[in-house]
Design a protein around this ligand. Structure first.
Ligand code: C5J
Length: 220
């Protein structure tokens, strides 16, 4: 069994059952003019997660382990966007409205794309998800089962919304989950800190956290 130096204690894993899941590293969250900015957030706060996520992706690819990407987005007719979701947020620019990078959070629009530094390569699983959690109304669970994956390293944005929701969904489905501390960011640094603390509290009640360097060291 390999081991990542992690908190609250070391994370044991088998490379045969480990995958990286990179959550929603999309222009709509990371760049001006997208969904995140429309909600009044300072999107520059998410930028530090990009280089760390890039190193994680490179490390998993080099080790021959699966890299899975998710994208929060909806069908152009919004049939998968509950009114309860669309009606919250900024009234002047809602999901499906035309923004500077195309329609906000709609599949296929320029703003919905993953930032170029972290773009998926051929053969990698890309999950389009209508919810905050990546298991809700997607094929992620079946895809992981097909690959025999039981343990996940997570990265992405935002820490306390889509990343934490996905991690909790995965934990309830029996996956061991580790969140890469420096490869995730929030528009609210205090929410990120609280999320990391609550994940690893009570004997890793939701999972583990570790620095990207510690994950990469363990993959060698
Ligand atoms: C949000 C996400 N924050 N990917 N989405 O609405 O965290």
């Amino acid at each position: 069994m390999a081991m990542v130096r992690a908190r609250p204690f070391d994370f044991p894993f088998s490379p045969a059952t480990l995958a990286l899941v990179v959550i929603d590293m999309q222009r709509d969250f990371l760049e001006p003019g997208g969904f995140g900015a429309s909600l009044g957030n300072d999107v520059s706060l998410l930028a530090p997660a990009v280089p760390a996520a890039r190193r994680l992706i490179a490390g998993f690819r080099a080790a021959g382990l699966p890299v899975i990407h998710t994208m929060e987005c909806h069908r152009p007719d919004l049939s998968d966007c509950p009114e309860a979701k669309r009606s919250r947020g900024a009234p002047r620019l809602r999901i499906g409205d035309d923004g500077p990078m195309g329609r906000i959070l709609i599949a296929g629009e320029p703003g919905t794309a993953i930032v170029p530094e972290l773009a998926p390569i051929a053969g990698e699983m890309v999950i389009e998800k209508p919810g905050k959690g990546a298991f809700h109304a997607t094929g992620l669970g079946d895809g992981l089962a097909r690959l025999g994956i039981r343990q996940l390293v997570l990265a992405g944005v935002t820490t306390e919304v889509c990343v934490q929701t996905t991690m909790r969904e995965a934990n309830d489905r029996g996956f061991d989950c580790l969140l890469a501390e420096d490869a995730t960011e929030s528009y609210f640094p205090e929410f990120k800190a609280a999320t990391l603390a609550m994940i690893r509290a009570q004997g890793a009640i939701v999972g583990w956290t570790a620095r990207t360097d510690a994950v990469l060291e363990a993959l060698h």
